[in-house]
Ligand binder design. Structure first.
Ligand SMILES: Cc1cc2nc3c(=O)[nH]c(=O)nc-3n(C[C@H](O)[C@H](O)[C@H](O)COP(=O)(O)OP(=O)(O)OC[C@H]3O[C@@H](n4cnc5c(N)ncnc54)[C@H](O)[C@@H]3O)c2cc1C
Length: 499
């Protein structure tokens, strides 16, 4: 990765992106493609990109398309399965696939470095769960988003899809599964590196590591002044637009910005851990991401899953996540992060969320008390033949869930939220799920709400569409738009199955 220039005191930029995770990486790519003449600075406090939540081991690498994650299809009070969120996540993920296809076709990034196709499976046991899964399948498979979803309650069929799930399981157990063959495993760290090494070729893009945002203030109608620490040396830069993509720490900088929109938010950190297996005789037998059902009372991001992963050229099995609690907002953060985020305008909502979420607190305590054998016992619900000696524990990344002020106090949110100042000069990304997979859709929103877009909205929106959907490729009709896009993406990205 090259740094093009040296930051000079009071240097002026059109855009400064804070953090070099998947979010800033995606925004940098979009900006450099759509507005190639603007001056962009990307700063990262660590010495490499994608090392926090975006790090390959710090997340599950699931290309979240709602193929298998049962928490994206909740049941309402009448017992109906609500699939709206799943449809929207599927479409958002397809935007990511479209951008990758477009950049790959143009020779700008190498998809082999970060993308693998792998079946996505939902797996449940017991009558009630099987009935839920069947209803969910019936509600989803009629839509073009999930046209290729399969359902089975046959032990033999599940065994052929994922033999580790059935090995040593009583064949009389009632189990069921759905499968979408066109699932993905994504190395978001490698993807971020691909984006950043491509944008670094643009002479207007400056990328600085070991450079930390310390403070920021709006100095006039058109400019922010950012105080940075560069290898311990303080400098300041000015910019028309700031993107706060500092992962879990974003909330702290959003508060420092003093924009009124920041007053509504607080953060609640949840750490994660994986069980990892490198034993070849097992890793070679599993070729899927298998998502189960979260325990009652557990937060949605704790859905247990057994995944095939490819990291640093190695094929691995990963199971988890197991949750934990720390007051840090980043893995490389400070234990004061949580306390520093408590302000007089969010303390009521934070306390309210603490009082109302006993289930979550109890869940985090019970997860923190687990030892190796009790974690493997959890794994055995999915993989009955699991042997503790084949698995070791590894820390995952930090999530900071959003706490949002409401009329009645506060509520805990498990999604992502973009906070933008009224003049479009600052945007911040809060929250974690569905996260990296939908970064393209999220960053398109950040870009179109920004002041950089103000004077030329129509033309710039067209440029974005051309970039993502390769407008030289024609589509049959609106109704078939998604199917056509999936076909085009399949052929460029190398998924060979009639869709
Ligand atoms: C356990 C777990 C599992 C997950 N699984 C999935 C999954 O399967 N699929 C999926 O799509 N998403 C998943 N996610 C979510 C996904 O990892 C995140 O949404 C995504 O990585 C967030 O990217 P980001 O760029 O916002 O933040 P980060 O990757 O955290 O990047 C923020 C960057 O900002 C830098 N930074 C912080 N403060 C400063 C500062 N003051 N100055 C300069 N730089 C700074 C940090 O060093 C870091 O590099 C998972 C997350 C976790 C924790």
């Amino acid at each position: 990765m090259t740094s093009v220039q040296t930051i000079k005191e009071n240097n002026h930029y059109d855009a400064v992106l804070v953090g070099a995770g998947i979010m800033s990486g995606t925004l940098a790519l979009l900006l450099a493609e759509v507005l190639p003449d603007i001056k962009i600075l990307i700063i990262e406090k660590l010495n490499s990109p994608g090392s926090e939540s975006t790090g390959a081991f710090n997340n599950a690498g699931t290309g979240h398309a709602a193929n298998c994650e049962l928490n994206y299809t909740p049941i309402d009070e009448k017992g109906n399965i609500i699939i709206d969120k799943a449809l929207s996540i599927n479409r958002s993920f397809e935007n990511s696939m479209s951008l990758w296809a477009s950049l790959y076709a143009a020779g700008k990034i190498d998809i082999k470095k970060f993308l693998k196709f792998i079946p996505h499976i939902s797996f449940v046991s017991g009558k009630e769960n099987i009935s839920f899964l069947k209803k969910r399948y019936q509600a989803m498979a009629n839509n073009p988003e999930f046209k290729d979803m399969e359902f089975t309650s046959s032990f033999g069929q599940i065994s052929s899809w994922a033999s580790l799930i059935t090995k040593d399981r009583n064949p009389l157990n009632e189990i069921a599964a759905t499968r979408v063959e066109r699932g993905t495993d994504i190395n978001f760290e490698a993807l971020t590196k691909e984006y950043l090494s491509f944008v670094s070729k643009n002479k207007n893009v400056e990328l600085r590591y070991k450079t930390e945002l310390k403070d920021l203030k709006k100095i006039d109608q058109k400019q922010w002044e950012l105080e940075l620490s560069l290898n311990g040396r303080k400098i300041s830069v000015r910019t028309a637009f700031v993107f706060l993509g500092a992962g879990g720490k974003t909330i702290n900088y959003l508060q420092k910005s003093k924009i009124p929109e920041a007053n509504n938010y607080g953060g609640f950190p949840v750490s994660g851990k994986w069980l990892i297996c490198e034993e070849k005789s097992l890793t070679e037998k599993h070729n899927a991401k298998v998502y189960g059902k979260a325990d009652i009372g557990s937060p949605p991001m704790s859905v247990p899953h057994l995944d095939t992963r490819w990291i640093d050229g190695k094929r691995l099995l990963l199971f988890g996540p197991f949750a934990g609690f720390t007051t840090k907002f980043l893995k490389e953060g400070s234990y004061f992060d949580l306390f520093n985020s408590i302000k007089k305008n969010n303390i009521v909502s934070m306390l309210d969320v603490g009082f109302k979420n006993n289930d979550l607190i109890n869940y985090l305590i019970s997860q923190s008390l687990k030892n190796h054998n009790s974690r493997v016992d959890n794994l055995k619900n999915m993989m009955p033949s699991a042997d503790p000696s084949n698995w070791y524990l590894k820390n995952a990344g930090q999530r900071v869930q959003i706490i949002k002020k409401t009329n009645k106090g506060g509520s805990l949110k498990f999604g992502t939220e973009i906070v933008t100042s009224s003049d479009g000069s600052l945007s911040a990304l809060l929250g974690a799920s569905p996260g990296a997979s939908t970064a393209v859709s999220i960053m398109v929103k950040v870009l179109t709400r920004s002041c950089l877009f103000l004077n030329d909205k129509i033309n710039l929106q067209k440029k974005i569409n051309d970039l993502i959907y390769q407008s030289h490729l024609t589509y049959e009709s609106d109704k078939d738009f998604l199917i056509n896009i999936k076909k085009i993406n399949n052929s460029i990205l190398g998924f060979h199955r009639e869709f």
